[in-house]
Design a protein around this ligand. Structure first.
Ligand code: SAH
Length: 344
C-alpha cells in the first residue's frame, strides 16, 4: 500500500471542502512530520537544548528536586510533554536520583517514532496521548522544552474591511494563506494597517489550563522552556525549518518542522489559581541554576572536552545564541514553595 503524501491529501480536502483554517494545516503538518521521523540532531532538521548538553537536563532535574524537597511532598510523578529522544528526561532523572527523588515517569507524546526512541532509554515510562490520562493523586513535576512552539496556532489577518480568520488554500508550488471569514475585532488592535497578522494558540492555552487544573488538585510544578515573546505582539512568527535552515511554511507540509513563537504572557494569564514565575531568559535561568559551576566541574573531570563543554554553555546562555530568545516560565501549585532560578 502506498502512503499518500500529506500535500496530496490536503489538496484533495481543500478541493472538496474549500480552504482550511491555519491551525488545521499546522496540526496536520506537524502530526505527519513527527510521526514519520526523528527530527533532532545534526543529521535531522533542528537541535534542542537537551541535545546540546547534558547540563540543561541536569539543571532542570535539580530545579524539580529542590522544589519537591522543600515542598515536603511524598511520592511524585515526573511528566514530560513532547520528550523528543528522552535525553532531557535521562539527564533530569539522573540529577533527581542524586537528590533522593525517584518519580514514576510519564510521557505525553503522540509520535510513534519518538515513543520508540524514548522507550530505548526509559523502558519503564508510561505514555499518554494527552494530559487527560496522567495519574491522579500524586503531585506532578512537569517539564516541557520546545513543546508549545510546535502546537497549532490560529492567524488573524487585517484587510481594509477588518479582521479575518486566515485560511490556507491550494496555490502554485504548494499552498498559500488567504483572508477568510470576518471575525469580531473586539480584542484586536484597532489601528493595525492592512496585512497585519495576529497569532493565538488556543491549543496551547487549552493544555496550560489542563495543567493548571491538575496542579491545583494534585500539587506540583511545571517548567516551560521555549522560544517566544514576553509581551503579546502583532506579527507573523510561523516558520518552517528543514535541515537546520529556514524554509517556506506553505510548501511541503508534513516534511518540515512548523513552529511559532510562544506567547508567554498568554500562557501565564491562562493558569488562574497557580503562581507564575518568569518568564526569564534561558541564559539568566541557567546561570541562576549554576550552569557555570557545573560546566567547570565537567571540564575538570574531562579536560579533553573543556572546549566543547564551554561552547555548549555559551550556546545555551549567550544573548546572541539561545540565552534570551529562549525563555523559562514556571507554574507552582498553591502552597508550594518559591522555585529557584527566578527573581522573587
Ligand atoms: N523536548 C524535546 C523535543 C522537542 S520537539 C527536546 O527538547 O529535544 C517537539 C516534541 O513534541 C516531539 O517529541 C513531538 O513528537 C512532540 N509533539 C509535538 N506535537 C505534539 C502533540 N500535539 N502532542 C504530544 N506531543 C507532541
Amino acid at each position: 500500500m502506498s502512503v499518500q503524501p500529506l500535500s496530496e491529501r490536503l489538496r484533495r480536502l481543500i478541493d472538496a471542502n474549500g480552504p482550511i483554517p491555519v491551525p488545521v494545516y499546522m496540526a496536520e503538518a506537524n502530526a505527519h512530520y513527527y510521526a514519520t521521523r526523528d527530527p533532532l540532531g545534526l543529521a535531522g532538521d533542528f537541535t534542542t537544548a537537551p541535545e546540546i548538553s547534558q547540563m540543561f537536563g541536569e539543571l532542570v532535574g535539580l530545579w524539580l528536586a529542590d522544589l519537591w524537597q522543600r515542598s515536603g511532598a511524598g511520592p511524585a510523578a515526573y511528566v514530560e510533554l513532547g520528550p523528543g529522544r528522552g535525553t532531557l528526561a535521562a539527564d533530569a532523572l539522573r540529577a533527581m536520583r542524586g537528590a533522593g527523588l525517584m518519580p514514576d515517569v510519564h510521557f505525553v507524546e503522540t509520535s510513534p517514532v519518538l515513543r520508540d526512541a524514548q522507550r530505548q532509554r526509559h523502558p519503564d515510562a508510561q505514555w499518554h496521548d494527552s494530559l487527560a490520562t496522567l495519574p491522579t493523586g500524586t503531585p506532578l513535576l512537569v517539564v516541557a522544552n520546545e513543546f508549545f512552539d510546535a502546537l497549532p496556532i490560529r492567524q488573524l489577518v487585517r484587510t481594509e474591511a477588518g479582521w479575518h480568520e486566515r485560511l490556507v488554500t491550494v496555490a502554485e508550488g504548494g499552498f498559500a494563506p488567504m483572508p477568510g471569514p470576518r471575525v469580531p475585532a473586539a480584542a484586536l488592535p484597532a489601528s493595525a494597517p492592512p496585512g497585519t497578522i495576529v497569532e493565538t494558540s488556543p491549543a496551547s492555552l487549552a493544555i496550560a489550563r489542563q495543567l493548571a487544573a491538575r496542579l491545583i488538585a494534585q500539587g506540583g510544578a511545571a517548567l516551560i522552556v521555549d522560544y517566544g515573546h514576553t509581551e503579546p505582539s502583532a506579527g507573523e512568527t510561523l516558520q518552517a525549518v528543514s535541515a537546520h535552515a529556514y524554509a517556506d511554511p506553505w510548501s511541503e507540509p508534513g516534511e518540515r518542522d512548523l513552529t511559532a513563537h510562544v506567547d508567554f504572557a498568554a500562557l501565564a494569564a491562562s493558569v488562574e489559581g497557580l503562581t507564575v514565575h518568569g518568564p526569564v531568559g534561558q541564559g539568566e535561568w541557567l546561570e541562576a541554576m549554576g550552569i557555570s559551576v557545573r560546566a567547570e566541574a565537567l571540564a575538570h573531570a574531562a579536560p579533553e572536552r573543556a572546549t566543547e563543554i564551554d561552547t555548549a554553555r555559551r550556546r545555551l546562555t549567550e544573548p546572541d545564541q539561545m540565552g534570551t530568545l529562549f525563555k523559562a516560565l514556571a507554574f507552582t501549585a498553591p502552597n508550594w514553595p518559591l522555585p529557584a532560578g527566578f527573581p522573587s
